[in-house]
Design a protein around this ligand. Structure first.
Ligand code: G1P
Length: 290
């Protein structure tokens, strides 16, 4: 049984869609109920067997490092006030896992963000998690993918069927072969096609299990017309040398990278919280006609 030990979290983006909230705070730290978005992804990775997180960051992202670090002042304060439950919660965050940080330097795209982790990843299969995509699933989304990796022994991309009008927001996968149970062998992939050019509506959602041969493939991948090195194009190149697989993850995905998706995720997670569900549902019911 394979264990994926390392997960890469690209987190260098500027988060312009959420300005002004993200002027002085990373978008990864925006909160769904009471947890920053990135913590959902980190907890998923931990629950899937990962024990090293590699965060690709940039300027202004210190709050993420601080969040997952020990806060002696805060712990002392909570201890002195006898707030044991909160203290345990805070310690849980900093005890989660090992973190390593690498800076992207220039914003040259997702493929480039993965490329800068080459030395930290080394020669083993690894995961890439795009924190914007928060997936509520049991077993966790990445765990489902590790099980598929075990079966196929090759790169695995998480995919989901999206409405046709949305294909231009995603990497889209063309299927060569159906292997059963939502697993496919990939024939081709294309980054953000126009609706009329899309080979299907199977969209890559933000989870990948990659093998180290993605690094030379990314190195050989030229920037697209926006000046970015796309991970999808790196995978397309890799596809010439080895089979790549896609799997439909069973769970509920939220795209928290846009305002509507973010708001839906807040409501979704609030309604699943035992301490909030009832009064919040009552509030929504009473105000639904607004
Ligand atoms: C990235 C990838 C895209 C993928 C998407 C999933 O795009 O480039 O292939 O479908 O994440 O969220 P982004 O959303 O960063 O523009």
């Amino acid at each position: 049984m394979t264990t994926i030990r390392k997960a890469v979290f690209p987190a260098a983006g500027l988060g312009t869609r959420f300005l002004p909230a993200t002027k002085a705070q990373p978008k990864e730290m925006l909160v769904l109920v009471d947890k920053p978005i990135i913590q959902y992804g980190v907890e998923e990775a931990v629950a899937s067997g990962v024990d090293n997180i590699i965060l690709v960051t940039g300027r202004g992202k210190n709050a993420i490092e601080d969040h997952f670090d020990v806060s002696i002042e805060l712990e002392t304060f909570l201890e002195a006030r006898g707030k044991t439950e909160l203290l345990a919660e805070i310690r849980k965050v900093s005890n989660l896992i090992n973190f390593a940080y690498v800076r992207q330097g220039e914003p040259l795209g997702l493929g480039h963000a993965v490329l800068v982790t080459k030395e930290l990843v080394g020669q083993e299969p690894f995961a890439v998690i795009l924190g914007d995509d928060v997936i509520d699933a049991d077993p966790p989304a990445l765990r489902q993918m590790v099980d598929v990796f075990d079966r196929v022994q090759g790169p695995v991309l998480a995919v989901e069927r999206v409405p046709e009008e949305s294909v231009s927001s995603y990497g889209i996968v063309q299927i060569a072969e159906t292997l059963g149970d939502g697993v496919y062998r990939v024939k081709d992939l294309v980054e953000k096609p126009r609706r009329e050019d899309a080979p299907s509506n199977l969209a890559i959602i933000g989870r990948y299990i990659l093998t180290p041969d993605i690094f030379p493939a990314l190195k050989a991948t030229v920037a697209d017309r926006t000046g970015e090195i796309q991970l999808t194009n790196g995978l397309r190149r890799l596809l010439q040398d080895r089979p790549i697989y896609a799997c439909e993850v069973k769970g509920v995905r939220h795209d928290t990278g846009n305002k509507l998706g973010f708001l839906k995720a807040v409501v979704y997670f609030a309604l699943r919280r035992p301490d909030l569900a009832e009064p919040f549902r009552k509030y929504l019911r009473e105000n639904a006609g607004i």
